[in-house]
Design a protein around this ligand. Structure first.
Ligand SMILES: [Zn+2]
Length: 80
């Protein structure tokens, strides 16, 4: 992968990534491609991103352990 910041080739490893981009603080992706550049740029390859976001959404909507999160989302977005 080419670095979008400096154009250099990025090194790729695999590992865990705390997926803060999901908007949630407790979602960790395991065994994902992590691309890093000497300039400090970092990129995560998330395959099937739309399906992953749908799965996260379904889990929040249906799992009772996420009731507090649903309450916060409902209050923030005025959902019921
Ligand atoms: Zn770079």
């Amino acid at each position: 992968m080419t670095c979008p910041k400096c154009g250099d080739v990025m090194a790729m490893t695999r590992g865990a990534h705390r997926y803060l981009e999901s908007g949630l603080s407790d979602v960790t992706l395991l065994d994902v491609e992590i691309c890093e550049c000497a300039c400090g740029e970092r990129a995560i390859v998330v395959p099937h991103r739309a399906e992953l976001h749908a799965l996260i959404g379904r889990t929040i909507a249906t799992d009772t352990k996420f009731l507090p999160i649903r309450a916060v989302l409902a209050n923030h977005w005025r959902l019921a």
